[in-house]
Design a protein around this ligand. Sequence first.
Ligand code: WT7
Length: 651
Amino acid sequence: MNVHTMTAPADERYEPPRPFAEQANVSDPGIYEEFEDEWPDCWERAAALLDWHREHDRVLDDANAPFYEWFPGGELNAAYNCVDRHIEAGRKTQAALKWEGKRRETRTYTYQDLYGEVNEAAAALRDLGVEEGDVVTIYLPMIPELPITMLACARIGAPHSAVFAGFSADALATRMESADSEYLITCDGYYRRGNAFNQKSKADNALMALDREVTTVVVDRLGPDLDHGLDAGQYDYGELLFAHAGATVDPVPREAGDMLFLMYTSGTTGEPKGITHSTGGYLSYAAWTSRAVLDLEPEDTYWCSADIGWITGHSYTVYGPLALGTTTLLYEGTPDYPDRSRLWEIVERNAVDVFYTAPTAIRAFMKWGEEYPDGHDLSSLRLLGTVGEPINPRAWNWYREHIGGGDCPVVDTWWQTETGGMMVTTLPGVSSMKPGSAGPPLPGIGARVVGEDGSPVDPGETGYLVVDRPWPGMFRSLYGDDERYRDEYWEPFSEGDDWVYFSGDGAKVDEDGYITVLGRVDDVINVSGHRLGTMEIESAIVDIEGVAEAAVVGGDHERDGTAVHAYVSTDHSHEPSEALRERIVASVEEAIGPFARPEAVVFTPELPKTRSGKIMRRLLENIANQEPLGDTSTLRNPEVVGEIEATDDEL
Ligand code: WT7
């Protein structure tokens, strides 16, 4: 936990600007009490934001806790809710998706356009054999076909499993294998800093590693810039659409508890976890939080800069905003290409109303300087949000002042892949904001900070962030592994029938009930908003010939918050070398992807271990961050500490 970066002046706080509060979707502070009084029926308000094919019989069934059923008896279709009903409401010419490509191409899809392409894609997938319940893996960069094929899957009741395009072939293969997925949607390639990058060859390598027949659809992103051949079982997306021009497919009614999608995330073991989300609970919650926290209205142009390959993009680029009938913006590129004004130029040109990004991006903007945002008219912005990691007060203040012009509320939203939507944050039209603190739990959400024994900690003390009541957006389980779901998330803090969800985060709470999230307390690190399991990286390193042992920890990084630091010992027949260092980096990129690349590789004769033989990651983390080491007397080999420190200083 990077506690030292989180100190804010205790008294610093801002009230919601009055003009914002006056127009906000939620402006009555009484909402917190109402949700308490009505719980769980308060969640009717979330369900009411959707159109249901069949109304639910009850709000919550907890008979089989911690496997909760939200809105049992209810039936709905997510694509119908995100597309069709807005057309029926007379908004077919309104923009649904606006896409900003890397080469300054732009594309706008009205709700009518979106309806057309989602239907054609759904018809094509059906013809390829996709049936209700089949898992379709989507391995696409930030192009419109990513949300479109997600919605096409939702329309025919096929859960999608989107794998972030930056993942390696190995990582893709593991995820497809684990999800029993026989369908893949990918593309020829995409542009990276102006160069054509081949995505299909990565996908082909993954397919070779799988011993099952996979039907593949390939989107042509690069046209003549990259030739890609199609093998047997591979189809061109554009040709499929052409063959299904004008086709429509009835949205398949899904039970509220049916899986809408699964999303893999890293945990404390080497095995990634397939987080499964429901159709009714998840979509209601994504819509509700988009309305209450992001303050979205159909008239808004809204931009979440996260990649749709992660949960933030699922909930807050695709499902939440489209369920509300908003215009959602997709950007394919990076913030500094072709120049550092790119994002602000996009905000200005599209008159973006609400902007949601990650602290790592904000720290980069701050480092580049205010001249870039200052050169653009950002007055269309009404609200700013951040997500993914703790935000230090200095970055929070900079964001509010230089992007928000001082008159936009800033919501610091804590949540996770597992929670499906935001859990701890201020309501922008109601609550005062405290830089560096996410805020109180949202109305109806039982987020608490507790000690080892499960009882609440006193204000100012550090504890574990838990949630002591279910919520509609919660994951249903881990794909094919109910036991791990129970053991990892519910066992640590539950007692008897009092089920308590453990988030894996450490946190503090102040006198006003505001929660400051400190970071992971397990072996998961968060690198620029990407969650990585240290075990996954370590196993890629120990696979290399010559490596005896490896320990991976998070080291402080000015921009990314945390960077991957690997401590490695070699076996008796190998010496540390530059060549070995390069092999280590390459192996991590191959097993996971370039975003997991170690920033530092430190060779050490031995790793520090407890007497029982457990590697002391915490100690290495302190070394990486040049923090006091505390008591090292429980170490079996205390002398290695001095040796590692000496090597680390040379970095
Ligand atoms: C982890 C979840 C869901 C958003 C994208 C990441 C950290 C998330 C905050 C915040 C401090 C945060 C936590 C959490 N985190 N938001 N506002 N303040 N930390 O999703 O990959 O599932 O990672 O991100 O450590 O456990 P994820």
